[in-house]
Ligand binder design. Structure first.
Ligand code: ADP
Ligand code: ZN
Length: 735
């Protein structure tokens, strides 16, 4: 192990005396004190009584409260014999809690997502040959066969020995009684094959080579540094950071790769296995509890050397992390909005710093946050200027829907229809992109104008025609399409308004009945197996026309796809979101990047009602730098992120008045001063969500002002009743 290795048993300060603090994975503000007769080092997993139950927690750092009389303390009831939680992970838990203003116990819960892992798997019994046969022991021909089998001194399972030697299992017991063989524990089977860093990777192009060398050097330094790795889609960023992973493995350290949509990453996993000769360990919400437990232990024991995961993988117990890669770092999927509200990209940088690890953020369309950090020198920057193998960037053109509109009730304009027809006629693949699931985003009564709304949310119900239902995409509410308008009673009066992918599929089926079509949306591609099957069908040219939502934008490599049509390029620009332009640019640039990945050039058509919009113009020119510079110029004067800090407070209650009252009180108690501004209270973007009324306040400060102390002081001034929830979101996205 290297200099950053943490052997918890040797490095930990031993808590002397009879008191320890134990942090429990519950939303508690701080650790509780317990008594103990043993010496328990911080990080040790322990079981303690809690009320009438018991709970498993972690011996935590810091001084116990000496004031409490010893007689009032309850005792630790069990100490687990598993690797202790490392000092780095404990500091990370405390850091995330302090930054997000979450109870440390709520953060600890993410690091203890598999309590069953604390019970070691029962060791398997087997047999080995005695070093010397006792004098006088009878060696029958059958016994001799067993002795020969065990001659190498290895431990073997009884069943295996009996089968290989062709003897009855009962024979072994007799041999043991005679002292010829001894019971022994079987070596535990490796759960995770080791990726092989010595396998040669592909020959890198000169720019890739230089970037790979810089990343290798960063990993070899064994010190924290963050690098932003950019380059157009298909420029070979993945191959480059694979070299950083290889370097971490050669240094004997672990590597963590965060992917935004692990369930859709089958192509990535195939490439990893081809490069390293073994699959990485995986971490995401769909693992079975048994796999979770095995993976957790394999990470803790250092057996899993490369782990690929969703954001929660940041809280795994790596003893010696040498590298963290965040691929597609601009993705909003890295933001967790429930429970502890945190951004995994930002916390990855923190975890790398605490671990003395290199951190690599990769994207073809980096966030303005990371771009700015690279410009100010906080991050190193590496750029791959061209597609690997000389493939050209796709040719992006705009279709002005005001000049060449689709036919009435249709959504594909004549230029797009012609382009798809030509592509299919050449035997190439085409893709239609629309970031909307279902058939139609709204249902309207022709007679009275009534719109079908979710009863629990400020949202329209989306028609899913294939399933014959209307559905809320926020709370999951489902109802049957109405026979008659629920408002005016007119029979069969409702009509769908606007398109979803199902409706585009319907139109495509009429236009190109011969084309083999595939819809890729989160409801048609529910998991990794379906994603892998879809990707294979496209690669094997069993599909001519792909129709998809944002899941088709994610990192796929489809060699025969030469046309991408964006049905509604303006879709993401509506609303008052600070990052609407940035996000739309990122998403559409990524979608466009699916076209023309190999020899044949790609074409992209963007249908828009606002072709003059800067986002559309940037997509056509492909000039990311100019677009990001314009975004920066727009945000800098108002101290909007990343040039200032932002935190949101969301107040919610089932009763609107209750939420309003607390929001108003918060507004009255708002902090002020130079460089501090409070916006609101105002209805939150989803003013009603799952039956709760939501009000929002935004705290905006200059960059050199920390928001956490301000927020703590502010929130302490208001004491909301029990039916009102107050949530804090530091660095909110999507507002
Ligand atoms: P990015 O991550 O920048 O989108 P990738 O790493 O996915 O780019 O590379 C795009 C394609 O080019 C992939 O199919 C990849 O296997 C291939 N590729 C990239 N670099 C090389 C290389 N040096 N040799 C061979 N193939 C490469
Ligand atoms: Zn709803």
């Amino acid at each position: 192990p290297g200099k950053n290795a943490e052997d918890p048993r040797s490095h930990n300060r031993v808590v002397t005396g009879q008191r320890i603090r134990v942090l429990l994975p519950l939303p508690l503000a701080q650790p509780y004190d317990y008594s103990t007769t043993e010496q328990i080092a911080p990080g040790t997993f322990v079981e303690v009584p809690l009320g009438r139950r018991s709970a498993i927690g972690v011996a935590w750092d810091g001084e116990p409260d000496r004031g409490l009389p010893a007689g009032r303390l309850r005792a630790v009831t069990r100490v687990f014999d598993v690797p202790a939680m490392t000092p780095t992970l404990r500091r990370f838990v405390d850091w995330v809690a302090a930054y997000t203003l979450s109870p440390p116990g709520a953060v600890l819960r993410m690091a203890m997502s598999v309590p069953a892992a604390l019970d070691p798997p029962a060791p398997q019994a087997g047999w080995r040959r005695a070093d010397a046969a006792p004098a006088g022991a009878r060696v029958t021909p059958q016994r001799a066969k067993v002795m020969a089998l065990l001659a190498d001194g290895a431990v073997r399972a009884g069943g295996e020995i009996a089968e290989a030697a062709g003897v009855a299992p009962a024979l072994l017991r007799g041999m043991a009684d005679a002292g010829l063989i001894l019971p022994a524990l079987l070596p535990r089977a490796r759960r995770f094959a080791a990726p092989d860093a010595q396998r040669p990777g592909p020959a890198l192009g000169p720019e890739q080579d230089a970037a790979a060398a810089a990343l290798r050097a960063s990993v070899a330094r064994r010190a924290f540094a963050t690098t932003l790795l950019t380059g157009v889609t298909g420029s070979g960023k993945t191959e480059v950071y694979f070299e950083a992973i290889a370097e971490a493995l050669r240094a004997g350290r672990q590597a963590l790769v965060l992917l935004p949509e692990i369930a859709l990453s089958t192509q990535w996993l195939d490439r990893f296995a081809a490069r390293f000769g073994a699959a990485p360990a995986l971490w995401h919400s769909e693992l079975t509890s048994r796999t979770r437990r095995d993976t957790w232990r394999a990470v803790a024991e250092g057996e899993a050397t490369v782990l690929v995961g969703a954001r929660s993988a940041l809280f795994l117990p790596f003893p010696d992390l040498g590298l963290i890669v965040v691929d597609e770092e601009h993705e909003t999927a890295f933001k967790q909005e429930e429970g502890v509200v945190y951004h995994a990209r930002d916390m990855a940088v923190v975890r790398a710093r605490l671990s003395g690890a290199a951190c690599v953020l990769a994207s073809a369309t980096p966030s303005l946050e990371s771009t700015t950090n690279a410009e100010t020198g906080r991050y190193a920057a590496l750029h791959l200027p061209a597609r690997h193998g000389g493939a050209a960037m796709p040719d992006v053109t705009l279709v002005d829907l005001r000049r060449t509109p689709p036919e009435r009730g249709r959504f594909l304009s004549p230029p797009l229809v012609a382009a798809v027809s030509e592509t299919l006629a050449r035997g190439e693949q085409a893709m239609l992109f629309l970031n909307r699931r279902g058939y139609a985003p709204m249902t309207l009564c022709r007679a009275c104008g009534h719109r079908m709304r979710c009863p629990n949310c400020t949202a329209w119900l989306v028609e899913h025609r294939a399933q014959r239902r209307l559905q809320c995409h926020h709370c999951g509410h489902v109802e049957a399409p109405p026979e008659a308008c629920p408002n005016c009673g007119a029979p069969h009066s409702t009509v769908p308004i606007g398109p979803g992918v199902e409706r585009v599929l319907e139109e495509a089926s009429a236009l190109w009945p011969e084309a083999r079509r595939l819809v890729m949306a989160s409801d048609t591609i529910p998991g990794p197996a379906a994603a892998a099957a879809a990707a294979k069908a496209i690669q094997d040219r069993e599909v001519d026309l792909v129709i998809g939502t944002q899941i088709v934008a994610k990192g796929w490599h489809f060699p025969h796809l030469t046309l991408v049509g964006v049905v509604d390029a303006d879709l993401g620009l509506a609303g008052g979101d600070l990052r609407a332009g940035e996000r739309t640019f990122q998403l559409l640039h990524q979608v466009a990047g699916r076209a023309g990945r190999e020899e044949r050039p790609g074409r992209v058509l963007l249908q828009s009602f606002a072709p003059e919009h800067p986002v559309m113009q940037a997509l056509v020119s492909g000039d990311i730098d100019a677009f990001m510079a314009a975004e920066a110029d727009a945000r800098r004067p108002g101290h909007w992120p990343p040039f200032g800090r932002l935190a949101a407070i969301i107040v919610s209650a089932e009763e609107e008045r209750a939420a309003e009252r607390v929001a108003r009180d918060l507004g009255l108690a708002a902090p002020g001063g130079e460089g501090i501004e409070v916006l609101g209270p105002a209805p939150a973007p989803l003013a009603i969500l799952r039956g709760r009324h939501r009000r929002r306040l935004l705290l905006k400060t200059r960059r050199d002002i920390a928001v956490q102390p301000l927020l703590m002081e502010w929130l302490a001034k208001v004491d909301p009743p029990g039916n009102v929830r107050v949530q804090v979101d530091v660095d909110p996205v999507g507002f």
